[in-house]
Ligand binder design. Structure first.
Ligand SMILES: Nc1ncnc2c1ncn2[C@@H]1O[C@H](COP(=O)(O)OP(=O)(O)OP(=O)(O)O)[C@@H](O)[C@H]1O
Length: 228
């Protein structure tokens, strides 16, 4: 799911004792969404993520976590409610400040493109954070089929963060990977979050993982208020 580069730089963000400046609160208020008309999957869902914060979200299968992820990242529009960044609606076109990384990287890349072209979609080709993510420069010349799932997921993350996203939605981002790769990828995310201050919504069924990486844990039902 490529999104174009923002052309802005991570380093415009500054951290002080009070928190991060240059990045803004992400708020979803009163969201309603249904795949079928008149059959809402959820009513009145609200969530707030602060700059630099990692929120861990869990919940039963089929409740709507991935749907929420897609709404926040602009891949679908809520039937009601608002998604706001610093109090303003998110841009309808161009660079999306909320970037989504899903479970299956092989579905998120063009199989006919070399990795350097895929990475360039997010503006991240020249960044030194490739090393942080454990991406070898030699892989840039390969096609997606010539990489492992873990290697490919590192690229999807680099593409998302290369656009200088203000928020990352990591939806079961490392679920399919071995424990070592999972730990390396999350260590890189934590390191980059500490450097740049982007916020993260980490969605997973793995409570142990969420406890390890998140600053705050929420379960899906806690996000719902009774319908008006
Ligand atoms: N494109 C779609 N069209 C119709 N229904 C859908 C579509 N995508 C998801 N759904 C349904 O919406 C509900 C919520 O799906 P979603 O993927 O958001 O749940 P989830 O909480 O992320 O589940 P899991 O934990 O299993 O990943 C499910 O009942 C699912 O079958």
């Amino acid at each position: 799911m490529p999104q174009k580069s923002a052309g802005k730089h991570h380093l415009h963000r500054k951290r002080s004792m009070a928190g991060w400046s240059g990045v803004f609160m992400l708020e979803a208020r009163g969201l309603r969404y249904g795949y079928k008309r008149d059959q809402p999957l959820f009513h009145n869902l609200s969530i707030t993520i602060a700059p630099g914060e990692i929120v861990g979200l869990s919940g039963q299968s089929g409740t709507g976590k991935t749907t929420l992820a897609k709404l926040l990242a602009g891949f679908a529009k809520p039937d009601a409610g608002h998604i706001l960044l610093d109090g303003h609606a998110l841009p309808a076109s161009g660079v999306h400040p909320v970037q989504l990384v899903l479970q299956h990287p092989e579905h998120a890349v063009n199989p006919r493109w070399k990795m350097k072209k895929i990475l360039a979609e997010g503006g991240g080709a020249g960044h030194n954070f490739l090393e942080t993510l454990g991406i070898s420069r030699a892989w840039l010349e390969r096609y997606p089929r010539e990489l492992s799932g873990g290697e490919l997921q590192r690229f999807c993350l680099a593409r998302a963060l290369g656009s200088a996203a203000d928020y990352l939605i990591a939806d079961e981002m490392t679920t399919m990977l071995d424990a070592v790769t999972q730990a390396q990828i999350w260590e890189a995310v934590l390191h980059m979050r500490n450097e740049w201050g982007f916020g993260v919504l980490a969605i997973s069924h793995d409570q142990a993982l969420l406890k390890r990486v998140a600053d705050r844990l929420v379960s899906f039902p806690e996000l719902l208020q009774p319908a008006d």
